[in-house]
Design a protein around this ligand. Structure first.
Ligand code: DSN
Length: 414
C-alpha cells in the first residue's frame, strides 16, 4: 500500500515537471509549504480557537494559529481573520450561514458568466439553501455592468451581495459595489480566491476596505497550501468564528494552518510582488499574442492572471466546430494542460463549452517570462490547427517536455 502511493507521488512529480500548466486556479507550493503541510501538526486536535480549545495540549498549535492570523491580518490589512476553513467552499458556506437564514435572497455572479459554483449554482448547497438571483456581464463589453447590478439590488433587495469570480479577467470595482451595498443596506461579501495573490501584492484593488466579509483560498495566486480563510470587519467577527466552528467544521487542520502562515509571510516579500507583476505581464502577453493570431479574447483582454478564449470564431469568422473540450484534449496530448470553460452567453453545455481558460500563476512560478509565454501561444495555435495530425501532436509533446526540463519546479526533489 505504502509503496503504491509513494510511486504515485513520484509519477505526479514527473507529470508536473513535464507539462505546461495553464490552469488559472493552480500553482506550485514551495518546499517549505509542502514541509509544513506534511508536518506533525497533522496529529493534533484543536477544536475551538487559540486559548479557547476543547482539547488539552494546544500550547504549540495556539502559537501557530495566532501567528497565521497575525500574518494574514498584516498582509491584507484586515481587522479580523479566521484561518480555519478547510477550503474556499467551506469558507463560503460559513459566510452564508453566519448571516442568512434558509431561503433568504443573495445576488451573485452566475457561474456561466464567470462566477463560482458556491455562488448559488442550483446543484450546489448554496443554490439549494438560499434564493440566489444572478447577474452576468454586459453582452457587448463582456465586463461587469455595475449599473445593472445596482438595478438588480434595488429590484430584489438581497440580504447579501456577492462579488468575485473564477473566470473573469477584469478588475472588479469593489468600491462601487460597496456603495451599492451601503445604499441598499445589504452585506457585501467578496470571494477573492482567484485574485488573492494579486491583492496581496497590491496589483488588484483590495476588497478588504469595501466589503463586510471577504473569503479566499490560499492555493491559487497566493501560492500556499490547499485551504481557505475569511477576513471580516469587527462587527462580523463573532458570527463568522461561530459559523466556521462549531457551525461548519470541527477540528482545524493545524498542519495546513502552519503552511498558510508561511504563505502569508512569503506574500509580504518583494520577490512575491515581482512574481505577481510577471503573472500579469505573462497573461497580457499571451492574450495579445492570441489576439494577433486572430483569436477572440473574452472582454478583449485581461487585467489579471487569466483570460478566456471564445473558440467560436477566429479572425472574425466562424471557427468550424472547435469546442473547449476538443482543445483541452488536443493540448493534453502535447503536455499542455488547461481547462475548457463556458464563455458569457454560451449556448453550449459546461461539459463541452465554447471556450478555454488560460492562467499564468503556475508557469510564472516556474520562471516563464514573455519569451516562453509567447512560444506557448504559438504551440497552442499550431496544435489547434493540426489537431487531427497525431504525428505532429506527438512531436510537439516531445518538444514541450524538453522545454520544461530547463525550468524545473522542484529541483531538489528526485
Ligand atoms: N474550481 C476552481 C477554479 O478552477 O477556478 C475554483 O474553485
Amino acid at each position: 500500500m505504502k509503496k503504491q502511493i509513494f510511486k504515485l507521488i513520484k509519477e505526479e512529480l514527473e507529470r508536473e515537471e513535464k507539462t505546461i500548466n495553464l490552469i488559472a486556479s493552480e500553482n506550485y507550493a514551495n518546499p517549505d509549504i509542502l514541509k509544513a503541510t506534511g508536518s506533525i501538526f497533522t496529529n493534533k486536535y484543536a477544536e475551538g480557537y487559540p486559548e479557547k480549545r476543547y482539547y488539552g495540549g494546544c500550547q504549540v498549535v495556539d502559537k501557530v494559529e495566532n501567528y497565521a492570523i497575525e500574518q494574514a491580518r498584516k498582509l491584507f490589512n484586515a481587522t479580523h481573520v479566521n484561518v480555519q476553513p478547510h477550503s474556499g467552499s467551506s469558507a463560503n458556506m460559513a459566510v452564508y450561514f453566519s448571516q442568512l437564514k434558509h431561503g433568504e435572497t443573495i445576488l451573485a455572479m452566475s457561474l456561466s458568466a464567470g462566477g463560482h459554483l458556491t455562488h448559488g449554482h442550483k446543484v450546489n448547497f448554496s443554490g439549494k439553501l438560499f434564493n440566489f438571483v444572478h447577474y452576468g456581464v454586459d453582452p457587448e463589453t463582456e465586463m461587469l455592468d455595475y449599473d445593472e447590478i445596482e438595478i438588480l439590488v434595488n429590484q430584489h433587495k438581497p440580504k447579501m451581495l456577492v462579488a468575485g469570480a473564477s473566470a473573469y479577467s477584469r478588475f472588479i470595482d469593489f468600491a462601487r459595489l460597496g456603495e451599492i451595498a451601503e445604499d441598499n443596506n445589504c452585506i457585501l461579501f467578496v470571494d477573492m480566491a482567484h485574485i488573492a495573490g494579486l491583492v496581496a501584492a497590491e496589483l488588484h484593488p483590495s476588497p478588504i476596505p469595501c466589503a463586510h466579509i471577504v473569503s479566499s483560498t490560499t492555493h491559487k495566486t497566493l501560492r500556499g497550501p490547499r485551504g481557505g480563510f475569511i477576513c471580516c470587519q469587527g462587527d462580523f467577527k463573532e458570527s463568522i468564528d461561530k459559523s466556521v466552528m462549531p457551525g461548519c467544521q470541527g477540528g482545524p487542520l493545524m498542519n495546513v494552518i502552519a503552511a498558510k502562515a508561511i504563505a502569508f509571510e512569503q506574500a509580504q516579500s518583494k520577490d512575491f510582488k515581482k512574481y505577481q507583476e510577471q503573472v500579469i505581464k505573462n497573461a497580457k502577453i499571451m492574450a495579445k499574442t492570441f489576439k494577433d493570431l486572430g483569436y477572440k479574447i473574452v472582454s478583449n483582454g485581461t487585467d489579471n492572471h487569466l483570460f478566456l478564449i471564445d473558440l467560436r470564431q477566429k479572425n472574425g469568422e466562424s471557427f468550424e466546430k472547435i469546442t473547449g473540450k476538443l482543445v483541452e484534449e488536443t493540448l493534453e496530448k502535447c503536455s499542455i494542460i488547461l481547462n475548457r470553460n463556458t464563455i458569457p452567453f454560451d449556448t453550449q453545455s459546461p461539459v463541452n463549452p465554447s471556450g478555454i481558460r488560460i492562467g499564468t500563476p503556475a508557469i510564472t512560478t516556474r520562471g516563464f517570462k514573455g519569451k516562453e509565454a509567447t512560444q506557448i501561444v504559438h504551440w497552442i495555435d499550431e496544435a489547434i490547427k493540426k489537431r487531427g495530425d497525431e504525428a505532429f501532436l506527438k512531436k510537439l509533446k516531445e518538444i514541450v517536455e524538453v522545454f520544461c526540463k530547463d525550468f524545473p519546479i522542484y529541483p531538489s526533489f528526485k
